[in-house]
Design a protein around this ligand. Structure first.
Ligand code: ADP
Length: 643
């Protein structure tokens, strides 16, 4: 070869990107290029003449000369990437993955082999990383508990997990990847995997395909084994679809159990309510007789009691009233806790409620020698959203405590303040206060904060009820107190933002003059009542009023006849009667023209909120509960007969 041409070949070989090594038939290196020098870390001079095994890891040495010999014997071109995992060995002993292509070179006198060698370390690393990422992805998809399937833009299955294979894959019979969505649907219907109920396979197929095309929400199916599957499809960015099939059976079972548990609880709660209501009735009826007759004895004008007897009867009344309050409060609290108290909120004018509460508290305050006052109200008081009766009950509790836990000459003041959203009513007293260690549990039922052994009667339930009632009205309660200085209990309720603030106006005074004693014309009063001792009590009570003629009826049926024939000025009606109830009787009376204007006053031991609500519907003139409070009954008679 001419000098010049050989130089050019040399340059060409050196510029090749792969290492090039030429060996002779005995495996001796006779030519290397620059890339091969760099790859193996040997200078060319060291390589020329050495055996090719120098560049091969020792573990391959034994068989290598034989490979070379057989190649020389039967030479053929072998391209790179023919699948063999080959390795090279650098001068420093380190190994690296290589790909080699071999070509025979036939010269005149001998056979040579040219090896083009490529270092594939980088490619192998990238391939290994890609394999790892792929394995991660597959194991992630496989660890999804729900069935997972990915479709490509032609709606062919690209990827599924084993849950999918278990659930639906078998229907496809054969490989799953590459099959179409429509084929899957077809096979699943054919195999009757799902319980279609009344739906025809055609409709079901249309509905599923429709959902798959434009997925919105979820698509639910039932299997024949009673399981519920929720299919959720979503489009992917590559215009394919990813579909999850979630087994919802447990959720359905749990929801069902929950529903059943709730209805059992509701039934139990209703039973408890009924029990409480009848218990209330049973307890109140005998108390009615005790308190009623005690009051009659106390007021008896024909045979007035001696001072000693009056004192004793006072004890009876006191004890009875305490018992009544206890029954009422325990029942009220249990009803609240059983969720049986319904609060009906409405716009409420606070000053009106405060006046009412203060008026009701006045006699008690007078007896205790405590003054009760309403502090100057803000120029305009916002209307609040509350249950009027229940708000008054809370204020009554606070107010009566402020009087009870006070001393002769003490003061109780009702105050009103408000922020943007809530109005606060505070009852401030300068009474005995609450010791610090007792304060934490004050709103818990039956905690009397050290008063358990004291002379002041109480049940320890009033504050607990107040707190719960306030919460039912979206309100809160709280207090501050200093021993021997006094306490301030407050309740906050939401302000009605739609109502105009209210200006206070004076409450009309009731006339104190009795029309009953002086009444000339005789008023007929019909009393419908089955309990003989209650009838006897009413008779004795009415004897003091010559203006009244009392007619009694032991059943509602007889009562209604009596009322129709006598047209009394007023009817007093018990509710729980043998046969027709007082509710039904009052309803009948309101339907006849000759009786519809006769006021009917309910007098009953049925004192639950439910009973009251019912009474309101029926349209009683007033709903009085037993035991009879003589003053209250008199006031109603007074009011009605004066008309
Ligand atoms: P009761 O008054 O029937 O005992 P409450 O639930 O109304 O029950 O009150 C619980 C306790 O809180 C009372 O026993 C009393 O010790 C204390 N308490 C409540 N209000 C006041 C007050 N204004 N001043 C002092 N102590 C009070």
């Amino acid at each position: 070869m001419p000098e010049n041409l050989e130089g050019q070949y040399r340059l060409l070989i050196d510029a090749a990107p792969d290492g090039i090594i030429v060996v002779d038939g005995s495996g001796k290196i006779i030519l290397v290029n620059g890339q091969a020098e760099r790859m193996f870390g040997y200078p060319r001079a060291e390589l020329i003449g050495s055996a090719i095994e120098a560049l091969i890891p020792a573990r391959f040495h034994a068989n290598h000369p034989q490979h070379v010999a057989s190649y020389i014997h039967e030479p053929r071109t072998r391209p790179m990437g023919s699948g063999l995992e080959l390795a090279g060995r650098r001068k420093d002993g380190t190994e690296f993955p290589v790909e080699i292509s071999l070509s025979p070179i036939r010269t005149e006198e001998r056979m040579l082999v040219s090896a083009a060698i490529r270092d594939v370390s980088d490619r192998k690393r990238i391939e290994a990383e890609a394999r790892r990422a792929n394995a991660f992805l597959l194991s992630a998809v496989d660890s999804i508990q729900d069935a997972f399937v990915l479709y490509d833009e032609e709606d062919r299955i690209v990827l599924v997990n084993s849950t999918f294979r278990d659930m639906l894959g078998r229907s496809l019979r054969g490989p799953v990847v590459g099959r179409r969505f429509t084929e899957l649907v077809e096979r699943v219907i054919e195999d009757r995997l799902f319980d279609l109920g009344e739906e025809s396979p055609v409709d079901f197929r249309r509905r599923w395909a429709g959902y798959h095309r434009l997925p919105d929400g979820a698509f639910e199916v039932r299997t024949h084994t009673g399981r519920v599957l929720r299919i959720v499809d979503r489009p992917t960015a590559e215009h394919g679809t990813v579909s999850l099939m979630v087994d919802m059976t447990e959720d359905y079972v749990r929801a069902d159990e929950l529903r059943r548990a709730r209805s059992t609880a509701e039934a139990a709660s209703a039973a408890k309510s009924d029990f409480l209501s009848s218990m209330s009735h049973e307890l109140r009826t005998p108390l009615n007789a005790v308190l009623g007759f005690a009051q009659l004895l106390q007021r008896d004008r024909k045979e007035p009691l001696s001072a000693r007897q009056l004192e004793r009867i006072d004890h009876v009344l006191h004890g009875g009233e305490h018992l009544l309050k206890l029954i009422d409060e325990v029942l009220d609290l249990s009803r609240i806790e059983a969720g049986g108290v319904t609060i009906s909120t409405e716009p409420v004018t606070v000053p009106e409620v405060l006046h009412e509460v203060i008026t009701t508290l006045e006699p008690m305050a007078q007896r205790a020698g405590v003054s009760v006052a309403l502090a100057a109200l803000p120029s305009s008081t916002p209307v609040v959203i509350a249950d009027r009766t229940r708000l008054a009950q809370i204020l009554m509790n606070f107010g009566s405590n402020a009087i009870k836990y006070n001393k002769q000459g003490g003061h109780v003041r009702f105050e009103v303040t408000h922020a943007a959203d809530v109005l606060r009513m505070t009852v401030v007293d300068d009474g005995i206060g609450i010791p610090e260690r007792q304060r934490a549990k004050i709103f818990e039922p039956f905690h009397r904060a050290g008063q358990e052994t004291g002379p002041i009667q109480g049940t320890g339930i009033g504050l607990a009820i107040s707190k719960r009632l306030a919460a039912l009205m979206q309100g809160t309660v709280g207090f501050s107190s200093e021993t021997n200085q006094g306490s301030a209990f407050w309740v906050e309720v939401p302000i009605d933002k739609n109502a105009a603030p209210h200006l206070t106006h004076p409450i009309a005074e009731l006339s104190a003059e009795s029309t009953l004693v002086n009444a000339r014309p005789r008023h007929k009063v019909v009393y419908v009542e089955d309990n003989p001792s209650n009838i006897a009590f009413m008779r004795e009570l009415m004897e003091d009023f010559p203006g009244i003629e009392l007619l009694t009826a032991p059943t509602a049926e007889i009562g209604v006849d009596l009322i129709r024939s006598h047209r009394p000025a007023l009817v007093i009606m018990d509710i729980n009667l043998p046969g027709m109830s007082g509710f039904d009787a009052a309803k009948q009376l309101s339907e006849w023209s000759e009786t519809k204007d006769i006021p009917v006053v309910a007098l009953t031991a049925a004192a639950s909120a439910r009973d009251r609500a019912r009474a309101e519907d029926v349209g009683f003139y007033r709903y009085l509960t037993k035991p009879v409070k003589v003053d209250e009954l008199m006031a109603v008679l007074e009011e009605l007969l004066a008309r």
